[in-house]
Design a protein around this ligand. Structure first.
Ligand code: G
Ligand code: G
Ligand code: MN
Ligand code: NA
Length: 250
């Protein structure tokens, strides 16, 4: 398959890179950290979104070496930022099939020297689908390393609430589909408020994703959401700009 061969070659040639999107504390407006987002710098097509190639990487097993590279790169870069901010890394459910995932994460933390509590792993609820006992055990091993675990895209799946009973997540990331409808749909606004309240009752932090307007931000602030992320505050950016942004704020 052409795309697979292209991706293999691109990975080998160093044409994958990480961009980072800022996450802000609602209370102070200051930086809380950044989410690492994978990009493929294609010579003819420009930047290709992971939405276009991660599914293929998952089918072919390429997600394992690429995922480890993402983890190592994000941890190494964050370890040298001007302030000890958090870095969030997305994990594919397919990476959990590899029984050495937690061991790999532990090794990467040791090798890069990043404090474990600065690493947040974002997983989607498919990781816990069908009460997968092995994946649950892996999550507990990851947590025992000292990393934080966030449930990404919250509210979009079949049983988001059930999964909150299975594992003590540190954070819920409210899916941007709710945020984008907040101003026009009373249902979406009510759901967002309910998720924030749920998080508060369970002692789980909430981050809203995909904020594009000041109005959305005001709704989220009023709802009591802890952190925000979206184009209104910053697009995913290369690491040099991350370093500058952190330095300017200090
Ligand atoms: O950045 P963008 O909106 O194009 O991302 C599209 C999707 O790709 C999102 O669901 C995001 O979580 C996912 N994604 C981004 N970076 C990574 C990564 O490093 N690993 C995995 N598994 N998924 C990622
Ligand atoms: O699934 P996940 O939450 O990891 O996906 C994150 C993706 O969402 C990133 O690839 C990023 O490009 C995209 N994203 C981040 N902020 C915004 C936003 O404000 N609007 C839109 N449309 N997409 C966003
Ligand atoms: Mn994410
Ligand atoms: Na998300």
């Amino acid at each position: 398959r052409a795309l697979e061969q292209d991706l293999r070659a691109a990975f080998a040639a160093g044409d994958l890179e990480l961009h980072y999107q800022p996450v802000l504390l609602v209370g102070s407006g200051r930086l809380a950290g950044f989410e690492a987002l994978l990009r493929w710098r294609h010579p003819e097509r420009g930047f290709i979104s992971p939405a276009e190639f991660v599914p293929m990487a998952e089918e072919t097993g390429l997600i394992d070496p690429i995922g480890e590279w993402v983890l190592r790169t994000a941890c190494a870069e964050a370890a040298s930022w001007p302030r000890s901010l958090r870095v969030a890394v997305n994990l594919s459910p397919v990476q959990f099939r590899n029984r050495t995932l937690a061991e790999t994460v532990g090794r990467v933390l040791a090798e890069t020297g990043l404090a474990p509590d600065r690493l947040e792993l974002e997983i989607t609820e498919t990781v816990l689908l069908a009460e997968n006992a092995a994946n649950l055990a892996a999550l507990h091993r990851l947590r025992s390393l000292g990393t934080r675990i966030a449930m990404d895209d919250f509210g979009t799946g079949y049983s988001s609430l059930g999964y909150l009973r299975s594992f003590p997540f540190d954070r819920i990331k409210i899916d941007r589909s709710f945020v984008s409808e907040m101003e026009t749909e009373t249902q979406a606004a009510a759901i967002v408020r309910a998720i924030v309240d749920l998080g508060a009752s369970l002692g789980i932090l909430t981050t809203a994703e995909g904020i594009e307007t000041e109005g959305q931000f005001q709704h989220l602030r009023a709802a009591g959401c802890d952190e925000v992320q979206g184009f209104l505050f910053g697009r995913p950016m290369p690491v040099e700009r991350v370093r500058r942004l952190i330095a300017e704020e200090a």
